[in-house]
Design a protein around this ligand. Sequence first.
Ligand SMILES: [Zn+2]
Length: 332
Amino acid sequence: MGGKFLISLDFELHWGVFDALSLETYQKNLENVRTVIERLIKLSDSYNIKLTFSTVGLLFAENKGDIKKFMPSKIPNYNNKELNPFRLINSIGETEKEDPIHYAKSIISAINKNHNHEIGTHTFAHYNCLASGQDIIDFTHDLTAAINIAKSMDIDIKSIVFPKNQIKQDYLEVCKRNGITSFRGTEEHFLYNPSIKTKNFLFIKFHRPFRFLDGYINISGHNTYSLDSLLDRSGLINLPSSRFLRPFIPRLSCLEFLKRERIKKAMQYAAIKGELFHLWWHPHNFGSNMDANFKNLEIIFKEYKNLNKKFGFESITMTGLTNQIKTRQYSN
Ligand SMILES: [Zn+2]
């Protein structure tokens, strides 16, 4: 069997950026997410590509009453108070219609009814696993809340993408105990290790420019993974990221070609070697320059189609791949 093409989307709306970006600068991106997801599903379906929407639990709420009903019974007491999303609750609207950047039940329902794609979790309240002030008990409450609010829509959560890619080893056990079977790890290259940046001054200073350059030229390698290396007897499978799909930047439009080539080369490598290529981004990244972003994506999807025909490169969801790995329905 050929390689695997995995796409995960961190679906979070304002809950994913409230502590980093102002609404003045980013509201349009967030409001456009509905259109982005409609176009994304249409395009993916036309290329027979499966998506995994790793969704913030708060977005499943129909109204503020739902948020209060499903709130974790213990919330993290981050030392940095800016990280606390619950401080926004009093100021948000009552319903999705009134406040489309804090609620998304209708979008989740449309994705779910489509049946081609998976809905996983991005924690209930965009949880910061590496922040000071929180602990494993808080995480357990958050994760349980995320699973319960999804269950209220008959959605069974099986995969997780950790916010800000902050992963703590002992928290993976909590995921496993709660029925989660896979998570998205970071690239193995040290440039992408989020736990290093909290300790190392040089890393803080240089990792961003190097990661940025790595989007255009090959610094960290293809970041594809042999399917054998994904086997994990502990029962929770790490499906590491290969690449973040950077949004279109108008002033760097002349470099878009390099960015696409970087991705296409890694896809070709994965298809030929029978490995995993895992691409991810946030739907709000496409909220500006939407046409240019979709043009890039369609070129990537065309490459997928070629590789699918030539090498049996297969598009799959996180849980689809996890199930294949577990039942060993693949062979290299
Ligand atoms: Zn996020």
